[in-house]
Design a protein around this ligand. Sequence first.
Ligand SMILES: Nc1ncnc2c1ncn2[C@@H]1O[C@H](COP(=O)(O)OP(=O)(O)O)[C@@H](O)[C@H]1O
Ligand SMILES: [Mg+2]
Length: 578
Amino acid sequence: MNDTLKAFLLFTLKYLKPFKQSFFLGLFFALLASLLTGLGTSAIKPAFNIIFVQGRHEYFWLIPIGLLLLFGFIGLSSLLQAYYMKITTTGMVNLIRLTLLQKCLNLPYELLAKERTGQTVSRVINDTAQIEPVLAESYQILIKEGLTVLVLIGVAFYMRFDLTLLVLITLPIIVYTSKHLGAKTRLARRQTQLATGELTHRLTEALRGIKELKLFPSQELVFNLFEKELKRAFRYAVKITKYHGASKSIVDVMNGIGGALVISYGGYLIIKGSLDPGAFLSVLTAILLVFNPVRKLARAYTGLKEAQGAWSRIDEVLSLPEEKAEGKKPSPPQRGFELRNVSFRYDESLPLALCEVSTDIPARKMVALVGPSGSGKTTLIHLLLRFYQPTSGEIFLDGELINNFNLREYRNLFGVVLQEPFLFNLSILDNLLLAKPTATFEEVVSACELARAHEFILKLPKGYHTVLGEEGINLSGGERQRLALARIFLRKPPIIILDEATSQLDALTEVAIESALERLRGETTFIVIAHRLSTIIKADKIILLDRGRIVAEGTHDELLKAEKLYQNLYQSFMRQEV
Ligand SMILES: Nc1ncnc2c1ncn2[C@@H]1O[C@H](COP(=O)(O)OP(=O)(O)O)[C@@H](O)[C@H]1O
Ligand SMILES: [Mg+2]
């Protein structure tokens, strides 16, 4: 069998199982419709011969009644097969979508963060939209029209072997042109898609960067790029029409030649008396009826070819490795984290972001990570959260390799606030409940009070029920950070990580929040990356990083005495605070 067809069938077979019943019903009605069509064409011979050749005109009324009944049943079967096939294919596409979403959620962050995988995954979302119509059409057409073609050709051969063969002579030429020009059309179509994709990309980019565009004298540049892509898309669109038109007219000419051959040869045979007119009509009808399904089959095949890239990409994404989920249930830290010779690089081509880091993060203490920007503070946190795996070295929690813990439960130990917290296009309340779905409204409010978010939330048009991202509701960086902190107060996780979590707050708010966090001290393990001296001084332990290495660790006083880099940082902090 053809590779495309085989790959398509294998791919879809995986998702067909839950819809077996409707699929077989669809198949049944498809078969029925084709058999009825075959029956109709083979009935022409006796009907014509008896009524017209033998002159039994009293049976004439059978023709309209028979036709009516026949087409009625064919119509009904076609309708039912379309209905059941649609149920099957829509169900399959939805299943593919759900499987993909599930997969994406379970992909390791490390993979998703990679440019290439990230792109593939987002392309795949489009791909499902692209394969839906192909899947729906192809299955119907392949099955129904395929069966019809087989039955009709069977009938024609049975009636008159040589006549049928004569028509089929033109078939290879039709197939060859469709294939050859089809390939060219496909290529042009793909180029158009690429060009259109580039257009959309340029447009979104321009709109996203509109502020900069308006400020720089660079508008023409964007306009020219846009125009260039537009012209490219236009050229390909013209090509498509050319190839498509050519292929269509060649097929039409071939049909004409086929028809001429049959009629002349058939007519010759009838005149000679070696072919009865009924059989001739039967064959002619079968052949005429076969053209439409053949054309549909060819179109479905082209559709399959076009969608092949899409489903092989879906397959590729679905075969990516998932995050390992199973493992021990972790309990809140008793002793704390231990890092042993941990090195990490984001990519083989990049230098080490962390180099031979060995240290302890004691439980229920506050550890501050300090260092110039780019020194590896955030990277260290990525590793603790198991977003990335160390290139070498190990990380333990209470003496157990962190990789041995059940991933979800392990991450549940943490509450993390990042510099740019992400909020979903949901109400404020729902955004907060993500952290703790079982929380009562009162709990949410008191968490927001601790995070100094309550007041600004009340000022929003619908308070806690304001949906973010709608009606022009957009929160400032500081407000986002306060909501992220409220999530922490709501959950009170055993480990709290703050990565420049208060960087966009004013000093007063920050102090208020810090004193609220202070109440969690003693029971919570804190890991903070702070930009303010007041926070760092309070830490039980400071880890000083520089270019991926630990330069020193200890308390503020110890470091201030011994470390040049720390003294320098201290100086710059002091200048900031003043
Ligand atoms: N996703 C990433 N891919 C490649 N390199 C990265 C990535 N994130 C950070 N880096 C690099 O790793 C180093 C440490 O970065 P990071 O941990 O973010 O520093 P810090 O948080 O201390 O400012 C920097 O050189 C940075 O450019
Ligand atoms: Mg950082």
